[in-house]
Write a protein that binds this ligand. Sequence first.
Ligand SMILES: Nc1ncnc2c1ncn2[C@@H]1O[C@H](COP(=O)(O)OP(=O)(O)OP(=O)(O)O)[C@@H](O)[C@H]1O
Length: 262
Amino acid sequence: MPSTALLELKGISKRFGAVQALSQVDFETYPGEVVALVGDNGAGKSTLIKIISGILPIDEGQTLFEGKPVTLDGPKSASGLGIATVYQDLALCDNLDVVGNLFLGREVKSKGLGGMLGWLDETAMEQEASELLQKLAVSIPSVRTQVAALSGGQRQSIAVARSMMGSPKMVLLDEPTAALGVAQTRQVLDLIRRLREQGLGVVVISHNLADVFSVADRIIVMRLGRRVATFDVKTAKEVEVVSAITGLRSAEVSHAVAKEAR
Ligand SMILES: Nc1ncnc2c1ncn2[C@@H]1O[C@H](COP(=O)(O)OP(=O)(O)OP(=O)(O)O)[C@@H](O)[C@H]1O
């Protein structure tokens, strides 16, 4: 593991009225690793992701990016540092094709008079889109396919690819495999592995421990707004992770699992 974290949060606290959503949370990600953020409903995962993506201000704590103190006071400051977020609701435009979605808001104007007239350089965008999808090994019928015609896994892959357009250093994924079938999930998990191979720091929120164990390097467990455990996937046991998530002892988890299986 490289010694300097890409992102380091220290003692982060966040309150919504009477609800203490985060209490003194430390969090760190390194380049070229996948960190899974897990925890029960209401544990504080989304709040932490929103803080990292600059959507929510913190009440207390410190943020370092590549070892330097920074302030994440808006989505622009996060994206300016190279932090990209892929939300659960995808935010793709169904009526646009893949190129249109990848370049939404960052269209390439054609050079010369065409550019002055506001014409878009479709050829350049098409080529760049194809290159990006090839690099990420995302397989779709054509970059000119409307995203409405893609499978759930392909759509999620396009959403992830879109987050790569600004060449980020870190990608946050909120439940990227929720609502996907087995084959589509595998496709998205493969894509996450490729982000790691490219040296990115990847943070994945997931409720699916099978996915977590298959793709993550480290697992950070949140419970009631606190970071309660950290596991190295190579040595972690699922029962221990469930125990940290629920607050039950491992023996109680095993007992509950056995009872459920009956
Ligand atoms: N905007 C908000 N206003 C008030 N309370 C909030 C707000 N956002 C989150 N909370 C509360 O903060 C706590 C943490 O919520 P958060 O959404 O971060 O949990 P989570 O781990 O992402 O849960 P889930 O898995 O259900 O998405 C919860 O008690 C939640 O009700």
